[in-house]
Design a protein around this ligand. Structure first.
Ligand code: SF4
Length: 455
C-alpha cells in the first residue's frame, strides 16, 4: 500500500461517526476473543455483515504508521485494520471497493487517549488514497454507546439489548474457561472445549438474537456449563485465587498481554479477570451520575429548562442501567446455580468503596474508577493476590498502581503491576513466579475465597 502524505482534516468529522451498516461489511477488531465473536454474531443475526478481523498479524504495520508515543492498543488496532485491508485488496483485486467497509472503533470521552484512536486512525487511513473512503464507525461513551442510526430505528433497542446480553454471556464463558482450565483432567481439554462452545453460542446468537429469545441462548449456555464441569478433576486442591484488573483491552487481548492468565496458571493460579459488562455498566452509570449532578445544580439555580433535560437523561440512563444490571444478575444466577463462578461487581458498590476508603473519585473518570475499588473488593473477599494488567504508560492504570500498591503492602496481599508493550521483558516471568510464590504463601496463611460466595 502506498501512503499519500496529503491529509484532509475535514475527514475527521465526515468519516468518523455513526453510519448505516446496511449493505456494508462491518469490521470488528478483536479484543477479548469470545466477546468479539459473540458481538459479531449478534450483528449478523440482525442482518449486518460483521467480520471479526484477525489480530496482531499486522503489528509491524501498526508500528510503521504510529510514532511510538501512542497507546499500545492503538498501535495494535491500527495494524489490524491496515493488515485486513492489505489482505482484502490482494483477495479481491480490482473488485476491491473501500466503500464497502465500515471499520468499528468506539471511543470514550474523558481525560485519556481512547477518544483519539479513531481520529488518529482516520488520519492514517486517509494517508492511503484507496483507504480514505473506508469509514470509521464509532460508538461513544458520551451517549452510553447508543446504536442510533446504524440500523433501522425500530430495531435499535433490540440490537442494543442483545448486544449487551452477548457481552454478559461472553464474560461467563471466559469465567468458565478460567474456572476449569487450572483443574482440567487432561492438558488442552478446556481450550478445545471453550473454542467449540464459543462457536455453538455464535450459532445461538445468530439464530435467536434477533427475536430476543434469551432463554434459548441461556439453555445452551447451561448445557455448556454442565459439560464443562465434566472436565474438572475435583481431586486437585484449590489453587491460589488471583484477581486481575487493569486496562480493558490489554487485560482481555491475549496476544497483547502475552497470555498473562496462562502464565499465571502455569505457576499454579486460578484467575478471575474483571469483566467487560462491568465497563459497559460503568459507562451507563457514569452518564446517569452526570445527569443527577446536573439536575441538582440546576435545581439550586431554579433553571427549569436544563432541569427537564437532565431529568429526561436520568430516566433514560436510569432505565438502561436497571435493565443491564437485572439482566446480568439473572444470567449469573442461573449459571451460578450450576457452578461456582465469580460474581460481578455492581458499579454503585464500587463507587461506595472509593468513598468509604477515600481513595479516588468518580469525578476523575477512566478505568481507575473500576480498577481501584475492584482491587479493594478482591482483597476484602479473600483473594490471594491481584495483578494490574495495562499498556506501558497507560495513565489510569499508572494512577491505579500508585494508589493501590501501598494499600496492598499494608494489607499484606501480593500485588503485581504488569505493563505491556510489544517487547518481551526478560524479567517478566521471574516477577510472575515470585508473585505466585507469595500468593501460595498467602493461601497457606489465610485460605482463599470460595467462588460460591462463602469463605
Ligand atoms: S486507558 Fe490507557 S491505554 Fe487506554 S487510551 Fe487511556 S491511557 Fe491509553
Amino acid at each position: 500500500m502506498e501512503s499519500n502524505k496529503v491529509v484532509s482534516f475535514k475527514s475527521l468529522s465526515e468519516n468518523v461517526g455513526r453510519f448505516d451498516l446496511k449493505n456494508k461489511t462491518f469490521l470488528v477488531p478483536q479484543m477479548n476473543r469470545i466477546g468479539t465473536h459473540l458481538l459479531a454474531a449478534t450483528f449478523m443475526g440482525f442482518g449486518i455483515d460483521a467480520v471479526v478481523m484477525e489480530t496482531y498479524k499486522g503489528l509491524d504495520l501498526g508500528m510503521e504508521y504510529t510514532s511510538g508515543k501512542e497507546c499500545y492498543p492503538c498501535q495494535i488496532t491500527t495494524g489490524d485494520i491496515l493488515y485486513f485491508m492489505k489482505k482484502e485488496k490482494e483477495r479481491l483485486g480490482h473488485s476491491f471497493n473501500p466503500e464497502d467497509y465500515i471499520y468499528f472503533m468506539p471511543e470514550s470521552d474523558g481525560p485519556c487517549r481512547f477518544g483519539m484512536y479513531n481520529k488518529y486512525q482516520r488520519i492514517v487511513l486517509d494517508s492511503f488514497p484507496e483507504l480514505s473512503r473506508v469509514k470509521i464507525g464509532s460508538l461513544t461513551t458520551k451517549d452510553g454507546y447508543s446504536l442510533d442510526g446504524i440500523i433501522e430505528k425500530e430495531r435499535v433497542r433490540d440490537l442494543r439489548k442483545v448486544a449487551y446480553f452477548s457481552v454478559v454471556v461472553a464474560d461467563i464463558l471466559d469465567r468458565l474457561l478460567w474456572r476449569i482450565r487450572p483443574y482440567e483432567r487432561e492438558t488442552g481439554m478446556t481450550d478445545d472445549f471453550i473454542e467449540e462452545s464459543m462457536h455453538v453460542l455464535e450459532g445461538s446468537f445468530k439464530t435467536y438474537g434477533t427475536n430476543k429469545k434469551f432463554d434459548k441462548i441461556l439453555d445452551k449456555l447451561e448445557e455448556i456449563v454442565e459439560e464443562g464441569k465434566t472436565i474438572i478433576d475435583f481431586t486437585i486442591p484449590p489453587k491460589p485465587l488471583i484477581g486481575i484488573v487493569g486496562e480493558i483491552y490489554l487485560r482481555t487481548q491475549v496476544h497483547a498481554n502475552q497470555d498473562v492468565i496462562r502464565v499465571l496458571e502455569r505457576y499454579g493460579a486460578e484467575v478471575v479477570n474483571a469483566s467487560i459488562a462491568e465497563w459497559v455498566n460503568y459507562t451507563t452509570y457514569d452518564k446517569l451520575r452526570d445527569a443527577r449532578i446536573g439536575f441538582r445544580l440546576n435545581l439550586k439555580q431554579l433553571r427549569f429548562g436544563p432541569m427537564r433535560d437532565h431529568l429526561k437523561k436520568i430516566l433514560g440512563f436510569g432505565g438502561e442501567l436497571l435493565y443491564q444490571e437485572s439482566k446480568q444478575k439473572k444470567v449469573y444466577k442461573r449459571v451460578r446455580s450450576l457452578i461456582d463462578l465469580a460474581e460481578d461487581h455492581k458499579v454503585a458498590h464500587l463507587e461506595n468503596i472509593l468513598k468509604e476508603e477515600d481513595l479516588f473519585c468518580f469525578d476523575a473518570g477512566t478505568e481507575a474508577c473500576l480498577s481501584i475499588p475492584g482491587i479493594v473488593e478482591y482483597a476484602r473477599q479473600g483473594y490471594n493476590g491481584v495483578v494490574n494488567v495495562y499498556p506501558f504508560t497507560c495513565m489510569p492504570s499508572t494512577v491505579t498502581s500508585a494508589i493501590v500498591k501501598p494499600l496492598m503492602n499494608k494489607l499484606r496481599i501480593p500485588y503485581l503491576d504488569t505493563p505491556y508493550d510489544s517487547s518481551f521483558q526478560p524479567g517478566r516471568e521471574a516477577a510472575i513466579r515470585t508473585f505466585m510464590y507469595q500468593a501460595h504463601q498467602h493461601l497457606k496463611r489465610n485460605g482463599r475465597k470460595n467462588l460460591s460466595g462463602h469463605r
